[in-house]
Design a protein around this ligand. Structure first.
Ligand code: F6P
Length: 358
């Protein structure tokens, strides 16, 4: 009898249920009656608190297209995992005890960067772990793609499309702020797909004057509007020179809710007109996964079960050169996949006249 636990951790994204279903279906096909699946509720919190339930095959039916996660999720910061706080809970000890209590052969973990770090910690602690890379940010190391990303890019692109029509009508400058945490993947992909004129991403710090020159050039060329796709993590060249501490203090003192509002204010003052800001926020993480994410999540799920069958634990399934391959969690944990400033896709954007404000 195989006993498999499964949890989803960190910010949710489209395709989580498709991946859960992929894992479960592949388990039942491969092991039939000889497998028990345990759903751990609300991510690592459920593993810490012993909150889990035995799942039945029917629990995994009808969820392919469903957004969110049927298991629930929570953020349990990796840096606090080994710290015993006021509640006196030894989180690592509890997770190990609950794993043993469930008599698991393997824990399947679906998550982004922080989640992979904790998965690696549990591997170091001797648990059998297999993980899947999920996040709209697409910033997980060693995989070309995470599921959730494409669906979120679709939404962000749709926002840019809609903003285009109103920007054209009014002849306005618009900023659309796009999620992605410290990585610019979403803004880059949606920015190009949605025809943005300026794309600002954390990996390429901007100079305000260059943005103003781009806007002026468009004005001179008779273009009535401009659209800036701005990553939530975008920063100026001056900010890029700051230490982590200085940057944190500068942002804490900023009187605007986000970088886009600050930029709107700065640009507005210079060009003498009001700039409109749209922040789709968590909307980008919601709803049904696109076909690409359903397929990728299913492929990852089935591949995770291959690893379980081979007892090839301690790996994350990853997409590399169109194939799903295992990569050691030890190599993934703690690394961030950022946009290379000289990548082909950035160059493509430059080649068609998109400004990065550099
Ligand atoms: O990591 C996914 C993500 O949506 C990021 O793009 C964003 O910065 C963050 O999560 C938002 O976190 P929360 O859901 O905790 O507000």
């Amino acid at each position: 009898m195989k006993r498999i636990g499964i949890l989803t951790s960190g910010g949710d994204c489209q395709g989580l249920n498709a991946a859960i279903r992929g894992v479960a279906k592949a388990l039942y096909v491969r092991f039939g009656e000889d497998v028990e699946v345990y759903g751990i509720i609300d991510g690592y919190r459920g593993l810490i608190e012993g909150n889990y339930k035995r799942m039945q095959p029917s629990d995994f039916s009808g969820i392919l297209t469903l957004g969110g996660t049927i298991l629930g999720t929570s953020r349990q910061p990796f840096k606090k995992m080994r710290i015993v706080e006021e509640d006196s809970v030894d989180k690592v000890k509890n997770m190990k005890n609950n794993y043993k209590k469930m008599k698991l052969d393997c824990l399947v973990v679906l998550g982004g960067n922080g989640t992979q770090k904790t998965a690696n910690l549990l591997r170091e602690e001797g648990l059998n772990v297999v993980s899947l890379p999920k996040t709209i940010d697409n910033d997980v190391w060693n995989t070309e793609m995470t599921f959730g990303f494409s669906s979120a890019v679709e939404i962000a692109t749709h926002v840019l499309d809609c903003i285009h029509t109103t920007a054209t009508s009014h002849g306005r400058v618009f900023i659309v702020e796009i999620m992605g945490h410290k990585a610019g993947w979403m803004t880059l992909h949606a920015g190009i797909s949605g025809g943005a004129d300026v794309i600002l991403i954390p990996e390429i710090p901007y100079e305000l004057d260059i943005i103003l020159e781009t806007l002026e050039a468009r004005n001179q060329a008779g273009k009535r509007f401009s659209i800036l796709a701005v990553a939530e993590g975008a920063l100026s060249q001056d900010e890029a020179k700051m230490s982590k501490k200085e940057f944190k203090a500068a942002r804490a003192a900023m009187r605007f809710p986000s970088i886009s509002y600050r930029l709107a204010n700065e640009i507005g003052e210079k060009i003498g007109s009001e700039i409109r800001v749209t922040v789709p926020g968590h909307f980008q993480r919601g709803g049904s996964p696109c076909a690409y994410d359903r397929l990728l999540a299913t492929r990852f799920g089935a591949a995770a079960v291959d690893l379980i069958a081979e007892q090839n634990y301690g790996n994350m399934v990853a997409l590399q050169k169109e194939r799903i391959v295992p990569v050691p969690l030890s190599e993934v944990a703690g690394k961030l996949k950022l946009v290379p400033a000289d990548s082909e896709i950035v160059q493509t954007a430059r080649n068609i006249g998109i400004s990065f404000g550099e």
